[in-house]
Design a protein around this ligand. Structure first.
Ligand code: PLP
Length: 409
């Protein structure tokens, strides 16, 4: 087994889990302490206050010892009652999974989508564009008796590399004069892409640890609004472990009603120091810069980017569509075996049609150059005809741009 262990660092270039900085891994390895003891409350208060800064909210943020899927469920069961109608928007695989969850919980989800298929690739338009706020507004205007209780959208659709304009969704709800709650999944957007819970009028934001926060998987979050907290008091879906009320109450002194994930909270504390120490504008700027470099590579190869609308390119990941007849999963396997580089798979309707390059969290220009070299060599080994060198294009992009934009100096 040791003989087979590759030397050097594995390139974890999937859009989450993202590579965990050594500093965070070291913090996680500290001894576990008493979660009811005097030191713990200070840690709890610190991480909650730091998360409020990252979500850009003054209101409670609940932390769950669960993956992002748990936080999705928490969001729905806290504010919904059996049979409630929720309006969701199909942006890709994760929006589809959340829609399925709503069905399993006994809700009545309606799944809006951008109609039609893209002529060149045959892929659904909805999986190449962001949420269409005008479709949401129109549907809400038709709902004159206000049967729709929530609008649920994914901010950064990890399966496609498309970001959605959440402020526009808020404006659409307001323009329709509709009281529905706005619930947003930014599991892969938080701490990589600009996000503003309070300013954008979001009622519940859902996120997770293993993406922009540079942590291992295992904790996830619900950021709340006063309106969401009020709705949770009369909502009738069963809730116990996920219930916000007891968590909010005990969080006032930095404790939880159950045993929290102590060591991951050490890691979270370190991650927050790193992100807030650098400043969120700088964090967002470096993700945008990496995304621009990676797109320069994909364009130079002459391969289509999954996101068909340049206004909503994701700063977190780039989806690359492979030419007809090239199995993207076989290509990923080849790249993994030859170069010890993991790329994201095409999910759901995109299986085998595309792969995803993650450019989030603990990256830098050179790790991305290494990753792009692996992809380019893999494409050549697989016999994919390339228009030019993506590596050269990305180098030119990275070398030509200052790593810290002037406005942030
Ligand atoms: N939503 C989005 C946008 C995601 O990217 C993911 C995971 O990648 C999930 C939900 C599900 O989260 P988890 O796999 O942590 O349960």
């Amino acid at each position: 087994l040791l003989d087979k262990h590759p030397s050097g660092r594995h390139f974890l270039q999937i859009p989450g889990p993202s590579p965990v900085p050594d500093r965070i891994l070291r913090a996680i390895s500290l001894p576990t302490i008493d979660h009811r003891g005097p030191e713990f409350g200070a840690l709890g208060l610190k991480v909650i206050a730091g998360l409020q800064q990252v979500f850009r909210t003054r209101h409670p943020v609940c932390i769950y010892p669960a993956s992002g899927t748990g936080a999705w469920e928490a969001a729905l069961v806290n504010v919904m009652s059996p049979g409630d109608k929720v309006l969701m928007f199909e942006t890709g695989h994760f929006a589809t999974l959340w829609n399925k969850m709503a069905l399993r919980l006994g809700l009545d989800p309606e799944f809006l989508a951008l109609p039609g298929y893209d002529e060149a690739t045959g892929l659904p338009n909805s999986w190449r564009h962001g949420v269409q706020a005008d479709q949401i507004e129109q549907r809400l205007r038709e709902d004159s008796d206000h049967r729709i209780k929530a609008v649920c959208v994914v901010h950064n659709e990890t399966s496609t590399g498309v970001t959605s304009d959440i402020a526009a969704v808020r404006r659409a709800i307001d323009a329709a004069g509709h009281p529905a709650l706005l619930m947003v999944d930014t599991i892969s957007g938080l701490a990589s892409a600009d996000y503003r819970h309070d300013e954008w009028g979001v009622d519940v934001t859902i996120s997770g640890s293993q993406k922009g926060l540079m942590m291992p998987p295992g904790i996830s979050f619900n950021a709340l609004s006063p309106k969401a907290i009020e709705a949770s008091k009369s909502a009738r879906l069963p809730k116990a472990f996920w219930a916000w009320d007891e968590i909010i109450e005990m969080n006032r002194t930095g404790y939880w009603p159950y045993t929290p994930n102590t060591n991951l909270l050490y890691g979270l504390s370190e991650a927050l120091d790193m992100l807030l120490g650098q400043g969120l504008p700088a964090v967002f700027a470096r993700h945008q810069r990496w995304a621009t470099g990676v797109r320069a590579a994909v364009n130079a190869w002459g391969l289509p980017i999954q996101c068909a609308d340049p206004n909503v390119y994701s700063p977190v990941l780039t989806g690359v569509i492979t030419p007809p007849g090239v199995d993207a999963d076989a290509l990923r396997r080849l790249i993994h075996d030859r170069f010890d580089l993991s790329l994201g798979a095409g999910l759901g309707k995109l299986k085998g049609r595309m792969f995803r390059i993650g450019h989030l969290g603990d990256c830098n220009d050179l790790t991305l150059m290494g990753a792009l070299s692996g992809v380019e060599m893999g494409l050549k080994l697989a016999g994919v005809p390339l228009a030019g060198s993506g590596v050269a294009a990305a180098m030119a992009q990275f070398a030509g741009e200052p790593s810290v934009p002037d406005v942030l100096k």
